[in-house]
Design a protein around this ligand. Structure first.
Ligand SMILES: [Zn+2]
Length: 77
C-alpha cells in the first residue's frame, strides 16, 4: 500500500501531547481506547482521529496554498 508520508500526521496523546505509539499490527476502530505509554491515560480513538483530521486539513490547505503560489509564479513570469 502506498502511503503519502508528506501528509503524515502523528497521533498525539490528548493528555500529555506525546506521540502515541499504537500497536501497528492492530487495526484500531471507532470506540477503541489507546493507552498512552507516557502518562497511561486512555485516549478515545474517535477523538484522536478528529484531532488528526483537523491537523491534516491544515497541512493540506497549506500545501495547496503553496502549490497555487508556485503555479501563479510560473504563469506570471
Ligand atoms: Zn499521555
Amino acid at each position: 500500500m502506498m502511503e503519502d508520508k508528506s501528509f503524515a500526521v502523528q497521533v498525539k496523546c490528548l493528555f500529555c501531547d506525546c506521540a502515541l505509539e499504537g500497536d501497528t499490527e492492530k487495526e484500531y476502530v471507532s470506540g477503541d481506547m489507546l493507552k498512552c505509554q507516557e502518562c497511561e491515560e486512555l485516549n478515545d480513538y474517535d477523538a484522536l482521529i478528529d484531532v488528526a483530521a483537523e491537523e491534516r486539513k491544515e497541512i493540506v490547505a497549506d500545501h495547496v496554498q503553496s502549490e497555487i503560489e508556485k503555479v501563479a509564479k510560473n504563469l506570471f513570469k
